[in-house]
Design a protein around this ligand. Structure first.
Ligand SMILES: Cc1ncc(COP(=O)(O)O)c(C=O)c1O
Length: 305
C-alpha cells in the first residue's frame, strides 16, 4: 500500500513509468531472472524522457532480487509454465499543483504469481488494426509510461469487442502514427514475421515503438541459433503476403502466434488460424527453454536470485 500526496504528478500529469519482468523456477529449484539489466536500461530511458531521476542498474536488479527472495514461496513450480511477475515502477510524488516535475520520487517493486499465458497450449490468435494510435510520432511511444497504456484501453476494448466475418480478435494492431501504413505494435507486445521462404526474421523499427526485450532476444536467437537473416525495418500493412508466419512477443505474451490480421475489409492469414508455424515454435522453444534454465543461455541473459 502506498500513501501519497493528492497532488502527486504521477496522478495528474502521468509522471510515472514502470517495467515488467519475470522470475522463473528452474528444474533444480533455483530462480532465474531474464535479462533484468535490459529492464533497468529501459526504465532509465523512460525516466529520462519524463524528467525523473534514473534508477541505477545495480539498485534496480538488487531490488528485483530482494522482492523475489522475499516472495520465493509464491514462485510457481518448474514445469507448470507459471512465473513470478515483477513490476518495478517510479512515480512522481509530493505536494504540487503546477505542471512541473515532482519534488520527490518513489521507486518500488511489487510482484504477483502468474500462470502460463497459453492455457490451451501455444495457439494462434487473430488481431485487428485500429484507427487510434497509442503514441504520437515524436511522443512517448518508446518509453514505458502510463499515458501510453491509458491511450490503449479504448482501442484494446474495441478490438476485443469487434466481430468481422464471424471472427473475434485478441487485441489491436497499432499502425505507425504518421501514415497508418506500417505495423508498429500488437497490443502490449511487439510484432515479428518470418518470410515465406522461412529464412528471414523481420520486425518493425520505429521511434514510437516500445523496444521489447523479448523481441530483441528473439532476434538474437533467430540469427544465432536458427541461422536466419534478421531485419528491422518497415512492415507495410498492405504487404503482408511476403510473410509465412507472424507473432506478437513480450514478457506477458511470450510468443503469441498471429493467425491473421483484419485490416479494413481484408483479412490476411499468415500460417494458419489454428496451427503454429515451425519457425515460431522453434523460437518459442528456445526462448522458454532459456528462461526456465533448460537450454543454454547466451552470456549474461540469466541472473540467478
Ligand atoms: C507496449 C508494449 N510493447 C511491447 C512490450 C513487450 O516488451 P518486453 O518484451 O520487454 O516485455 C510491452 C511489454 O512490456 C509493451 O507494454
Amino acid at each position: 500500500m502506498l500513501h501519497i500526496a493528492e497532488g502527486s504528478t504521477a496522478l495528474h500529469y502521468g509522471q510515472q513509468c514502470f517495467e515488467g519482468l519475470k522470475a522463473y523456477r528452474a528444474a533444480d529449484g533455483s530462480v532465474n531472472l531474464f535479462r533484468p539489466d535490459q529492464n533497468a536500461a529501459r526504465m532509465a530511458r523512460s525516466c529520462a524522457r519524463l524528467l525523473m531521476p534514473e534508477v541505477p542498474e545495480e539498485m534496480f536488479v538488487e531490488a528485483c532480487k530482494q522482492v523475489v527472495a522475499a516472495n520465493e514461496r509464491f514462485i510457481p513450480p518448474h514445469g507448470t509454465g507459471g512465473a513470478l511477475y515483477l513490476r518495478p515502477f517510479v512515480i512522481g510524488v509530493g505536494d504540487n499543483i503546477g505542471v512541473r516535475t515532482a519534488p520527490e520520487f518513489i521507486f518500488s517493486v511489487f510482484c504477483v504469481p502468474v500462470g502460463p499465458y497459453f492455457k490451451g497450449g501455444l495457439t494462434p490468435h487473430n488481431f485487428i488494426t485500429s484507427q487510434y494510435d497509442r503514441a504520437a510520432p515524436n511522443g512517448t511511444g518508446a518509453a514505458k509510461v502510463g499515458g501510453n497504456y491509458a491511450a490503449s484501453l479504448l482501442p484494446g476494448a474495441q478490438a476485443k469487442a469487434a466481430q468481422e466475418g464471424g471472427r473475434h480478435f485478441a487485441d489491436v494492431i497499432y499502425l505507425d502514427p504518421s501514415t497508418h501504413t506500417k505495423i508498429e505494435e500488437v497490443g502490449a507486445a511487439n510484432f515479428f514475421a518470418i518470410t515465406k521462404d522461412g529464412r528471414r526474421f523481420v520486425t518493425p523499427r520505429s521511434p514510437s515503438i516500445l523496444e521489447s526485450i523479448t523481441k530483441y532476444s528473439l532476434l538474437h536467437l533467430a540469427e544465432h541459433r536458427l541461422g536466419l537473416e534478421v531485419e528491422e525495418g518497415d512492415v507495410a500493412i498492405g504487404d503482408l503476403g511476403q510473410f509465412g508466419e507472424a507473432g506478437a512477443c513480450g514478457t506477458a505474451a511470450v510468443i503469441t502466434p498471429i493467425g491473421g490480421i483484419q485490416h479494413g475489409d481484408d483479412f490476411h492469414v499468415f500460417y494458419s488460424e489454428t496451427e503454429v508455424g515451425p519457425v515460431t515454435r522453434r523460437l518459442y522453444d528456445e526462448l522458454v527453454g532459456i528462461q526456465f534454465g533448460e537450454r543454454e543461455a547466451p552470456e549474461g541473459w540469466i541472473v540467478k536470485v
